[in-house]
Design a protein around this ligand. Structure first.
Ligand code: SF4
Length: 65
């Protein structure tokens, strides 16, 4: 699974950070999402899927290969 975030879409709601703390962070300067990793481990996948569903801006995309 590959994780992509669209910082242009992100509105800085922070839901992703609360849902998957080791995967997402927020930029100190503008509050927008920062992906700490691009390839979630198996253990992180369910949290990342949940974060993608919860994101109010649709800024989180998951690609399965
Ligand atoms: S949940 Fe979506 S809008 Fe909120 S910080 Fe994360 S990527 Fe941005």
């Amino acid at each position: 699974m590959e994780l992509r975030v669209d910082r242009e879409r992100c509105i800085g709601a922070g839901m992703c950070v609360l849902t998957a703390a080791g995967v997402f962070d927020q930029d100190d300067a503008d509050g927008r999402v920062v992906a700490l990793i691009t390839a979630p481990t198996h253990d992180q996948e369910s949290d990342v899927r949940e974060a993608a569903q919860m994101c109010p801006a649709g800024a989180i995309t998951l690609l399965t290969h």
